[in-house]
Design a binder for this molecule. Structure first.
Ligand SMILES: *Cc1c(COP(=O)(O)O)cnc(C)c1O
Length: 451
C-alpha cells in the first residue's frame, strides 16, 4: 500500500483525516452522484488496524486464540475476506451467514455456528462440514445426540450458557438477564447440576460459550460472565477427571464509543481486565474463541447522503436527506439507545461552517418518526448539501430495512493515503429490477389466479 513520505518517515493519515479525504473524494469521483444520493463507505485501513489490535490484545504464549467476526455486524463478503486475511474467521447464526463466510473463502475450521433456532438440517450440515457448533439448549443437545449416533464429525461442539448476571443499559442487547432467550440459564434451580451431569455424559461437549451482551454492557459485567463460565468449565473438568472442556468461547460485545473519534474501550483494555478477572483462562489449559462484531467495524463506516430539501415546521429547521430508517433502523426507532454523530458538509463534501442551529436530520421514509438526529446543533443545512452519519460500519450496512422499497445503497471501500483516495465496490447498489424481483415480480398473477 502506498503511503505518504515525510523526510523519509512513513506516515499514514489518521482515521478521521482518511475519512475527511474520502468524503470529498466520494463526491469528486462520482461515488455519490445525481442518481446515487446515499452511499456507505468503509475504511479498509481502519478495519485492518482494528483486526490487528484485537489479535495483539489477546495473543498469549502457549494459548490457542481464535477470533471469529460476528457476521451480523457487517454481512458483506469482501469484509469477511479482508478480516480473514488478518487472521479473523466468522461467527455465523444462519444458513445465509454461513454461505457468506464460505463465499469469502473462510475455511470451516475458522467458522463458529451460533443460533438459538438451528434446524436439524442446519445442524447436520454444520457437522458434515466440520464447522464449530454451540448448542443453545437441552433440546438441541438431544438432537445432537441423535445426529452423532453412529457418525463422526470434526466439529468442535460447545454449549451456550446464560450466566444470568444482569443486563447493561440497552435491554435489547443484554443477553445475560434472568429471562434472556439465549443459552442454558445457570441460576435457574438445578441447572448447574443438570449441566455438569449432562456434559459428563456427552464427551463430545468440549466447549462452553457465553456472550453476555453487546453495546451498553460494562466491561466488568462481560468479564464476570466469562469468569462464571470458566468456573463452570473447571467444575465439569473436576467431575470428569480430565480436561473435557478444552475451549471457552467468550462471545463478543465490546461496546463502541459513538460520541467522538476516540476508540474506547479498546480490545486491549478488555483483554487486560479478563487477564485480571479470570487468570486461569490464560494459563494454557484452555483455548479461547472470541466473537467481536461491532468493535471491529463500527468506527470504520460512514453513511454519506444528500440533503434533498430543507424546510421549517413549527419553527424547527428540517433537512430531508436520503439516509433514514432504511439504513439507521435502530437509531430511528430507539434514538435514546443508538445515537450517532452527524456532520454537515457542503455539496463538495467539505465540512460546513456557520453558527450552529438546532435542526432535525430526517430520512426519506414515509413515517413521521424517520428522524436520524432530532434538534441536533449543526451549521445550517441547505438543499444540495451532504450529511455524514459517522461510526456506522457495524449494524447499519447489514441491517437494511426495506421500508418504502428503498434500495439498499452501494457500499464502497476506500484507502486514503498520501497518493489520494481509491475506492472499490464492496456491494453494488440494489437495482429497481432487483427490488421488483424480490417483491414477487415473477408471479404478478399469483393472488388473482387463486380466486
Ligand atoms: C451479536 C453477537 C456477537 C457480536 O456482538 P458485538 O456486540 O457486535 O460484538 C457475538 N456473539 C454472539 C452469540 C452474538 O449474538
Amino acid at each position: 500500500m502506498a503511503s505518504a513520505e515525510f523526510d523519509g518517515v512513513t506516515a499514514l493519515p489518521d482515521p478521521a483525516t482518511r475519512r475527511a479525504h474520502a468524503l470529498r473524494a466520494a463526491v469528486a469521483q462520482g461515488v455519490l452522484g445525481a442518481d446515487l444520493p446515499v452511499v456507505g463507505l468503509l475504511d479498509a485501513t481502519g478495519i485492518r488496524e482494528s483486526a490487528r489490535e484485537l489479535r495483539a490484545a489477546f495473543a498469549t504464549p502457549g494459548v490457542s486464540v481464535s477470533h471469529a467476526f460476528a457476521v451480523k455486524a457487517a454481512s458483506l463478503v469482501p469484509v469477511l475476506r479482508l478480516l480473514y486475511a488478518e487472521g479473523i474467521g466468522c461467527e455465523v447464526a444462519s444458513p445465509g451467514e454461513l454461505a457468506l463466510a464460505r463465499a469469502a473463502g473462510v475455511p470451516v475450521s475458522h467458522i463458529v455456528l451460533d443460533s438459538p433456532a438451528k434446524t436439524a438440517a442446519e445442524l447436520r450440515e454444520a457437522l458434515a462440514l466440520g464447522v464449530a457448533v454451540n448448542a443453545d439448549n437441552p433440546q438441541e443437545l438431544d438432537r445432537l445426540d441423535a445426529l452423532l449416533a453412529g457418525s463422526s464429525t470434526t466439529s468442535p461442539i460447545g454449549l451456550r450458557v446464560n450466566p444470568q448476571i444482569g443486563g447493561g443499559s440497552i435491554a435489547a442487547t443484554s443477553t445475560a438477564t434472568d429471562r434472556s432467550k439465549f443459552g442454558l440459564p445457570l441460576r435457574d434451580p438445578g441447572a448447574v447440576d443438570w449441566l455438569v451431569r449432562s456434559c459428563a455424559r456427552r464427551p463430545w461437549v468440549t466447549r462452553l460459550h457465553a456472550h453476555t451482551g453487546s453495546q451498553g454492557c460494562p466491561l466488568e459485567l462481560m468479564a464476570e460472565g466469562v469468569r462464571v463460565t470458566y468456573e463452570l468449565a473447571e467444575r465439569i473438568n473436576a467431575v470428569t477427571g480430565r480436561q473435557q472442556i478444552d475451549t471457552l468461547d467468550i462471545g463478543g460485545g465490546l461496546p463502541v464509543n459513538f460520541a467522538s473519534d476516540v476508540t474506547t474501550p479498546t480490545h486491549r483494555a478488555y483483554a487486560r481486565l479478563l487477564r485480571a478477572t479470570v487468570p486461569g483462562l490464560f494459563d494454557g489449559r484452555y483455548g479461547i474463541v472470541t466473537e467481536f462484531g461491532r468493535s471491529l467495524l463500527a468506527k470504520h463506516g460512514t453513511i454519506l447522503a444528500r440533503v434533498e430539501y430543507t424546510k421549517t415546521a413549527g419553527g424547527r429547521p428540517i433537512a430531508v436527506t436520503h439516509a433514514g430508517a432504511q439504513l439507521a433502523t435502530r437509531t430511528v426507532y430507539a434514538p435514546g439507545a443508538w445515537p450517532i454523530r452527524v456532520t454537515a458538509l457542503d455539496d463538495k463534501g467539505h465540512p460546513k461552517s456557520g453558527e450552529r442551529v438546532a435542526q432535525d436530520v430526517a430520512g426519506p421514509c414515509c413515517f413521521a418518526g424517520d428522524i436520524v438526529a432530532e434538534a441536533r446543533e449543526l451549521p445550517p443545512l441547505e438543499e444540495g448539501d451532504l450529511v455524514a452519519l459517522l461510526d456506522t460500519g457495524a449494524y447499519y450496512f447489514s441491517n437494511h430495512y426495506q421500508y418504502n422499497s428503498l434500495a439498499r445503497p452501494g457500499i464502497y471501500g476506500y484507502v486514503s493515503d498520501g497518493s489520494g483516495v481509491r475506492f472499490a465496490t464492496v456491494r453494488a447498489p440494489q437495482t429497481l429490477d432487483e427490488i421488483v424481483a424480490e417483491s414477487g415480480g415473477a408471479q404478478p398473477e399469483a393472488l388473482s389466479a387463486l380466486t
